[in-house]
Design a protein around this ligand. Structure first.
Ligand SMILES: NC(=O)c1ccc[n+]([C@@H]2O[C@H](COP(=O)([O-])OP(=O)(O)OC[C@H]3O[C@@H](n4cnc5c(N)ncnc54)[C@H](O)[C@@H]3O)[C@@H](O)[C@H]2O)c1
Length: 424
């Protein structure tokens, strides 16, 4: 390329596990190779500023990365996000614990900066409404990362559904079990009062919502306690969530999503991930962990190296041509977002920016506005569990009920509690 590349300055809020797994390899690759598309040309996407609570992770990364990444400024403390924004960025990614997404995303969008938020986007619909309205006002994108939609297995499922090869889903189950090291080590600081459903069921809520469409009708949930916290306390070890959807032909489907963050650390894979969906004319069975590899290494498996390795999400390799790489759909999803931003900004005449912005917003796989039913399910789940841990178990949330958009019915209580009044 002869012309000077355009620059999309990137900011990062939070530098924990997910930064290491997906953002770091993305920023390092784009630092080396840039990003090109005929519509927007050659662009640089330097990581120029990061905001974290303490700053130590940023310094450790700076030392480890050396010249592999663009030189960035690290801001720490309570006003780190504001400082990062003052330093000037064009896009910013939010990868803080999920109950801290909203404040960061609000600040980013208010500054007129495109935002990419880790899943779950936010924890309630009022927050979602505010962020969607802000993005609209500011003329920027607000998007959420659901990398499972880019998993080739899930793309094939959706392709079969989209093309009518698989017809009308009736029911299904999904499970996602994280190891104890997640709840006991890495997340111990922020998961008091929290549950693994919000953390990981969202991957499957989105898969179901995006793949099958339909209207969310009912949310039920339960779970078990006693390992991460007290047996009667507010912190959950495992959760079972049930969603009921209805479709335009008047038929329904039910989905059970089981999640955990207390799976044994010597489990043969990092995460257990399995789905089954039953259709009028077929059955889909998917197993993201047992896709083919079984590997044993004396003294290493299953702790340092897993027996069933997922090479699809963010596997690290020596490529046949000698280069070391880290690649997979977890990284591809970040690149997609940057491409969508670049298309909005430079993918055609400046006078047509608003049409391009509209086109990018209409992508339901990642736009915040299309995350409504997922956030509704999360808000319902959290409310049902909060009531269960304070002595009112077995609640059911009905969506777009006569009483309101999200109405929580508790056994023995005549009037529902309205969690969200407008239509979901
Ligand atoms: N897409 C995925 O599969 C996937 C996987 C893991 C985590 N996640 C999501 O990514 C997010 C972060 O998860 P993680 O595993 O990296 O967590 P983590 O606990 O490893 O890291 C969190 C980071 O956020 C920083 N932080 C905390 N509060 C902050 C604040 N107020 N301002 C700025 N920085 C702050 C911490 O310093 C830390 O660097 C969560 O929303 C999680 O759901 C997504």
């Amino acid at each position: 390329m002869s012309s000077t590349p355009r620059t999309l300055r990137a900011g990062m809020v939070g530098m924990g596990m997910i930064f290491d797994e997906t953002y770091r390899p993305f920023f390092e690759r784009v630092h080396r190779d840039g990003l090109y598309e005929r519509s927007f040309g050659d662009i640089d996407v330097p990581l120029t500023a990061v905001a974290t609570r303490i700053g130590s992770r940023a310094e450790a990364y700076r030392r480890a990365a050396g010249t592999k990444v663009h030189a960035f400024t690290s801001f720490a403390g309570n006003d780190s996000v504001d400082q990062m924004l003052k330093a000037g960025v064009d896009v910013a990614c939010v990868a803080t614990p999920d109950d801290r997404h909203f404040e960061a995303a609000k600040a980013i969008l208010s500054a007129g900066v495109h935002a990419l938020i880790e899943k779950p986007s936010v924890l309630d619909l009022a927050q979602l409404d505010e962020l969607v309205a802000l993005a609209e006002q500011q003329g920027v994108l607000a998007k959420v990362v659901y990398h499972k939609l880019l998993d080739p297995d899930h793309k094939k499922l959706r392709t079969f559904v989209h093309d009518g090869v698989l017809q009308h889903v009736n029911n299904g189950y999904c499970s996602l079990l994280e190891p104890k090291s997640i709840s006991g080590g890495q997340f111990a600081e922020w998961i008091k009062g929290r549950n693994p459903g919000t953390y990981v069921a969202v991957h499957y809520i989105k898969l179901i919502d995006f793949t099958f469409g339909g209207r969310l009708k009912t949310v039920m949930a339960t779970g078990q306690r006693g390992l991460v916290g007290a047996a009667q306390g507010p912190t959950w070890d495992t959760n079972q969530l049930r969603l009921i959807y209805e479709y335009d032909d008047g038929r329904e489907a039910a989905f059970d999503i089981h999640t955990s963050w207390v799976n044994p650390d010597n489990f043969p894979g990092y995460v257990e991930q399995e789905v089954q969906f039953r259709f009028d004319n077929g059955v889909w069975n998917g197993h993201s962990r047992r896709r083919g590899i079984e590997c044993t290494v004396e003294g290493k498996t299953p702790f340092d190296v897993k027996i069933t390795i997922n090479t699809h999400y963010n596997g690290s390799f020596v490529e046949p041509w000698g280069e070391r790489s880290q690649r997979g759909y977890g990284i591809e999803v970040l690149e997609r977002f940057v491409r969508e931003v670049a298309r909005v900004e430079w993918g055609g005449p400046a006078a047509e920016r608003s049409q391009r912005l509209q086109a990018a917003r209409s992508l339901g796989y990642n736009d915040l506005a299309a995350d409504r039913q997922v956030v509704a399910a999360v808000q319902a789940l959290e409310a049902i569990l909060a009531h269960a841990s304070s002595g009112q178990p077995d609640g059911v949330v009905r969506v777009n009920d006569r009483a309101g958009g999200l109405a929580l019915y508790l056994p023995g209580v005549a009037q529902p509690k309205v969690l969200y009044q407008p239509i979901v």
